[in-house]
Design a protein. Structure first.
Length: 122
């Protein structure tokens, strides 16, 4: 797990947030108040239920698409909106795998694969 302060943007605002990179989290999460400040969360058609590290179960009633700035790149992803988290934003395994982001626990840095961020237009 690596903690960073990174710019996060939604359709309403952009600001630095406390972000936890957590390979043990299957999905990405954001605190409800932060999600509402940055964007416009939408009701999840089928709200997912998940277990926290302490085995507490929680249901995410809303989702939101946000962009996180990493190494000069704005990376877009869907986040589950939840009322309480230990940090403002959690980036989980789905984000890390999708964008091929590596974590180096020794230096507490993330590694962005530039090739994974290329978008080819046809």
């Amino acid at each position: 797990m690596i903690y960073k302060r990174l710019p996060v943007a939604g359709e309403r605002a952009e600001r630095e947030c406390e972000v936890l990179f957590d390979t043990g989290a299957a999905a990405c999460f954001i605190q409800k108040d932060v999600a509402e400040e940055l964007g416009r969360p939408t009701r999840a058609p089928r709200p997912p239920t998940f277990a926290l590290g302490d085995e507490t179960q929680m249901t995410a009633q809303h989702t939101t698409v946000l962009q996180v700035k990493m190494d000069g790149h704005w990376i877009a992803h869907m986040f589950l909106v939840v009322p309480r988290l230990p940090v403002e934003v959690i980036i989980g395994a789905d984000f890390l795998q999708r964008w091929k982001i590596g974590l180096d626990p020794a230096t507490e840095e993330f590694i962005v694969d530039e090739k994974a961020l290329e978008i080819l237009l046809v």
